[in-house]
Ligand binder design. Structure first.
Ligand code: HEC
Length: 134
């Protein structure tokens, strides 16, 4: 009899452990799904690929890196880019599949598809109205 109850306790503990893991898995999946709704912060991607070598993004507190060799004066601040561009357009533009007045972007994006996706979705949320300001 004693052995039986020890066995039952062991089985119940096992079931509880499995359910605990299942719960955690379900829970963390739900959390990551919920996060998919809003764009992730792509500031690290923006600086990693040195977009700030030419662009400022004042809305996200990013200043243009002024270096001696980059004499780029014509790149716009991107704080309001989301007021006129969609994430889709930005992604294509960064891959040089879209143009502005027949001109392609100066730099082709070299990161992963995922990084491009995160970056362009994030940029599309930049709507602080200073689009076009140079
Ligand atoms: C070598 C300089 C340079 C670098 C580096 C650069 N850009 Fe640009 N970018 C430009 C210039 C110049 C324009 C303006 C093109 C035009 O108006 O014809 C532009 C335009 C854009 C636009 C369109 C803005 C608009 O008003 O529609 C987006 C979006 C953009 N860049 C994003 C990026 C991102 C993201 C990166 C980093 C992956 C990046 N740029 C890196 C020079 C650069």
């Amino acid at each position: 009899m004693k052995r039986d109850s020890a066995f039952i306790v062991a089985v119940l503990t096992g079931i509880a452990a499995v359910m605990g893991v299942a719960f955690l898995v379900t829970f963390s999946t739900a959390v990551s799904l919920a996060q998919e709704g809003k764009p992730k912060d792509a500031k690290p991607i923006f600086t990693k690929f040195e977009c700030n070598g030419c662009h400022s993004l004042q809305a996200a507190g990013i200043k243009k890196q002024v270096s001696a060799e980059s004499g780029e004066e014509d790149a716009p601040d991107l704080s309001g880019v989301g007021t006129k561009r969609t994430a889709d357009w930005i992604a294509k533009f960064l891959l040089k599949k879209e143009t502005i007045d027949g001109k392609k972007h100066e730099k082709k994006f070299k990161g992963s598809t995922e990084e491009l996706d995160t970056l362009s979705k994030w940029l599309a949320t930049m709507k602080s109205g200073s689009a076009g300001k140079k």
